[in-house]
Design a protein around this ligand. Structure first.
Ligand SMILES: Cc1cc2nc3c(=O)[nH]c(=O)nc-3n(C[C@H](O)[C@H](O)[C@H](O)COP(=O)(O)O)c2cc1C
Ligand code: SF4
Ligand code: SF4
Length: 254
């Protein structure tokens, strides 16, 4: 058993850890950015793949990873975990279909509600206690789903025709195109707040940020994971919105 994940603010990584701990405590997990991830996929037949939904679609970096590893998925049995702030018709399904295209066998899917990673938008912002309760609830759901698998029952959340229709109509039709390419407009850095600490550059999964002295600049390869926005100690970065409303790294809630 192997865990593979992409995670902007840690929600999907944590959900996967909790799930694997219950299902197979020996199993290790690897981020898709890890240079060993490809080799690990080759070595395992049972894989759990966790990722954060973006508009009921798959982040560009995950899409690229699957294309890069296309020949490795044939015959692999994959269970998909999709984390989200509130809702996704077919979060599991959309990744499952990409993997199936390359020959994977999808064993099941699980949807977990977590804190909203879009730090600079008001939508889905909840009080700390509510976010914490959501995380605790998702932990219980993940543990139960893992116990079910041990008993031979695989959850199929997000995998049917109806979830696919709902995901398309409510989200992908309107916003899905945003995940088809990297966001190239750049981060908005408030130079009056920035102290040049370099944390944003250090955490970016695509190497999209550079810091020289106290000048921070970003390139055209942003997968909109929101890790930098949520990590900046000075709340100096915004991306889609204009004001940091709430920073949410998973460590705050566990
Ligand atoms: C660009 C973007 C789009 C998102 N779209 C959705 C969405 O359609 N529905 C939803 O419930 N959450 C949405 N979210 C919230 C994340 O899916 C959620 O916070 C997720 O748990 C983050 O996980 P991570 O920390 O592993 O990246 C979106 C987040 C981002 C950054
Ligand atoms: S993390 Fe924030 S304060 Fe630090 S360099 Fe980046 S933008 Fe500036
Ligand atoms: S620039 Fe920020 S939001 Fe974009 S990929 Fe890097 S860390 Fe994620």
């Amino acid at each position: 058993m192997l865990g593979i994940y992409f995670s902007g603010t840690g929600n999907s990584r944590y959900a996967l850890e909790v799930f694997l701990k219950e299902l197979d405590s020996e199993a290790k997990s690897f981020a898709i950015e890890d240079i060993n991830a490809d080799e690990q996929i080759k070595l395992h037949d049972e894989i759990v793949f966790a990722y954060p939904v973006q508009y009921s679609a798959v982040p560009k970096i995950v899409r690229d990873f699957i294309e890069k590893t296309a020949e490795l998925w044939k015959g692999k049995r994959v269970f998909v975990i999709a984390t989200m702030a509130a809702f996704s018709g077919d979060g599991s399904g959309v990744l499952a279909r990409l993997l199936k295209k390359h020959g994977a066998v999808i064993t099941g899917g699980l949807h977990l509600a977590m804190p909203d990673s879009i730090a600079d938008e008001k939508v889905f912002k909840r009080p700390f206690e509510k976010n914490k309760a959501n995380v605790e609830n998702s932990v219980r759901k993940a543990q139960q789903a893992a116990r079910d698998i041990k008993g031979g029952r695989y959850k199929k959340q997000g995998l049917g025709v109806m979830p696919r229709f709902v995901g398309f109509i409510s989200q992908r039709l309107w916003f899905g195109h945003r995940t088809m390419k990297y966001y190239s407009k750049g981060l908005k850095i408030d130079s009056a707040k920035c102290v040049g600490c370099g944390k944003c550059a250090a955490v970016c999964p695509t190497g999209n940020i550079s810091v020289q002295g106290d000048t921070v600049s970003s390139g055209k390869k942003c997968t909109v994971c929101y890790r930098c926005v949520n990590s900046c100690p000075m709340k100096a970065i915004t991306l889609l919105g204009d004001k940091v409303e709430q920073q949410t790294m998973i460590e705050k809630y566990i």
